[in-house]
Design a protein around this ligand. Structure first.
Ligand code: PMV
Length: 327
């Protein structure tokens, strides 16, 4: 028997960083980029984990605790075994799991979360545990895996890749405006939106920009909370503009969000240059996306206008430009 599941890449459209402090944010799937997991029954005992694109081939019982594929499998197995633990040995499974992905790694496009979500869903279905393959359960387990590598993420990445739809998200238990339960509202856009994703070519760990923002917040909470609240207001306005299909408004709100992110000090000279180039070339709006300091920026463009804006982004130093349409 063979079971396959996929999960998309993602971009954060509005509210990165502020989402950590309890403000709303919007993320959307990038369906053109997918992670896929294939689970097959195998003759030999044990679980073999393969990611040929990454040169990975390990047995589950030999993989380190932080091995991302092993962590995803172990998280699912722990959910299966609880509340009635089954003895781990003799190992009951004979499985081969193969993961492939077209999502660039370590670039804020949700590669790690999508691989975990695809793997967890495929394995849950393969083992007949469809109750653990729902969007909600897959998202929760993907969050557990994300925590191994990303400290305490807001939860927006695992949510958008597991639901595979645009989501309006407010985390629970934030240090500002703590709420007991998260807000998670998948929504539909009023028309297709065409985005370009420009890679600044600079690798910048999200953990660093997140801890830097935290240090600034601790030093001057009221100033930082005003900036977070500004991001939150933009996300609320943006949701309405996305739902009604108001492209010009979405674009304006994106550029406004970029300005606030500059004030949060998470932009950089290369990101600002790409945002300016996209706007000059006729984009409706542009902003950095994700942790910032490096990584990606996004531009909203008219259908058919992808070429000139792409050319401008490449001329301004983008390493690579991807096109995605949010239907
Ligand atoms: O770097 P990315 O795309 O994974 O986005 C991080 C988003 C932050 O808001 C900066 C952090 C978080 O946990 O939400």
């Amino acid at each position: 028997m063979k079971t396959t599941a996929s999960a998309p890449g993602k971009i954060i459209l509005f509210g990165e960083h502020a989402v950590v402090y309890g403000e709303p944010a919007i993320a959307v799937p990038v369906t053109q980029l997918q992670a896929t997991a294939v689970v097959e029954d195998a003759p030999q005992p044990g679980v073999r984990l393969r990611a040929p694109d990454l040169g990975e081939d390990v047995w589950l019982d030999e993989a380190a605790a932080e091995h991302p594929l092993a962590a995803a499998v172990r998280t699912l197995l722990a959910a299966i075994e609880s509340p009635m633990p089954v003895p781990p040995s003799p190992f009951p499974f004979r499985l081969k799991i193969t993961v492939t992905s077209s999502i660039p790694i370590a670039s804020g496009l949700g590669s790690g979360a999508a691989i975990a979500a695809a793997l967890i869903r495929a394995l849950a279905r393969h083992l007949g545990r469809h109750d653990l393959a729902t969007d909600e359960r897959v998202s929760q387990m993907t969050y557990e895996v994300e925590r191994i590598h990303h400290g305490t993420p807001s939860g927006i990445d695992n949510t958008v890749v597991s639901y595979g739809r645009p989501v309006f998200f407010i985390r629970a238990g934030a240090p500002v405006k703590p709420r007991p339960v998260q807000v998670l509202e998948p929504f539909t856009t009023g028309r297709p939106f065409h985005f370009l994703i420009g890679d600044s070519g600079v690798r910048a760990p999200t953990l660093e920009s997140v801890s830097d923002v935290r240090a600034q917040w601790e030093a001057d909470p009221s100033r930082m909370e005003e900036l977070f609240a500004a991001c939150g207001r933009l996300a609320i306005a943006a949701r309405q503009a996305l739902e009604t299909g108001d492209t010009a408004a979405v674009g304006r709100l994106m550029t406004d969000n970029h300005t606030v992110l500059q004030n949060l000090t998470v932009s950089s000279e290369p990101l600002d240059r790409l945002v300016a180039a996209a706007l000059t070339a006729g984009a409706f709006g542009a902003k950095l996306s994700g942790g910032g300091r490096g990584g990606n920026m996004i531009a909203l463009v008219e259908g058919g206008q992808q070429k000139p804006v792409t050319t401008a982004l490449l001329a301004a130093g983008a390493l690579r430009v991807l096109e995605t349409t949010l239907e």
